[in-house]
Design a protein around this ligand. Structure first.
Ligand code: GAR
Length: 210
């Protein structure tokens, strides 16, 4: 099975989707560790309830971002993952610390990248007046929310949507986006190469639409 380490800061519904898919044998994977920068994050409890090792590490104990990220990734590496998944992990990663992991590190982001990077993506989408929105699964590189996109899901924006209604519509599609993409990794069908994302040995010209 594909060995996964999950980084998460909060609620953990994306982790839960992974754990549920594994339990239902819809995903041949094992979560070897869950890591959070917040000791009170509900994601830690979700992990422990599923019998998965969960640890939190507070950035407050470290003088600099690289110091914190080095300590965090030492723990992540000790879980010996094939793939590291940022699932609602809300901190930037130091480029030098993440460099050795590029190609084995993915993030789920609640927008159709390259649109609406950063925070408050649903607010950004509403402010821009777009008619379509969604979520993206991408390889993490030094560029914030700028790494090669593997797969996306689209949802409509309805008249009368607010941040909460739009976020809920996107989140419901994030979970299958994450699980389906992890299935492709488990089947060894995805890789990051110099010219971008390769799927079944061919360079993708556009993100997969799931
Ligand atoms: C998800 O919507 C995820 O896409 C987003 O945070 C939420 C986490 O939910 N991630 C980011 O905004 C990353 N910058 P969850 O804790 O229930 O999985």
């Amino acid at each position: 099975p594909l060995r996964l380490a999950v980084l998460a800061s909060g609620r953990g519904s994306n982790l839960q989707a992974i754990l549920d898919a594994i339990a239902a044998q819809r995903l041949r994977a094992v979560v070897t560790g869950v890591f959070s920068d917040r000791s009170s994050a509900p994601v830690l409890q979700r992990a422990r309830e599923a019998g998965v090792a969960a640890a939190s590490l507070s950035p407050r104990g470290f003088a600099t971002r690289p110091d914190f990220d080095r300590a965090l990734f030492a723990r992540v590496d000790a879980a010996n993952p094939d793939l590291i998944v940022c699932a609602g992990y809300m901190r930037l990663l130091d480029p030098d610390v993440l460099a050795p992991h590029v190609g084995r590190l993915v993030n789920i982001h609640p927008s159709l990248l390259p649109a609406f990077k950063g925070l408050h993506t649903h607010r950004q989408a509403l402010a821009a007046g777009v008619s379509g929105h969604g979520a993206s699964l991408h390889f993490v590189t030094a560029e914030l929310d700028g790494g090669p996109v593997i797969a996306q899901v689209r949802v409509p924006v309805h008249a009368g949507d607010d941040e909460a209604s739009l976020a809920a519509r996107v989140l419901a599609r994030e979970h299958p986006l994450l699980v389906e993409t992890l299935r492709l990794f488990a089947d060894r069908r995805l890789a990051l190469r110099e010219d971008g994302v390769h799927f079944d040995g061919h360079a993708l010209t556009a993100p997969l639409q799931l």
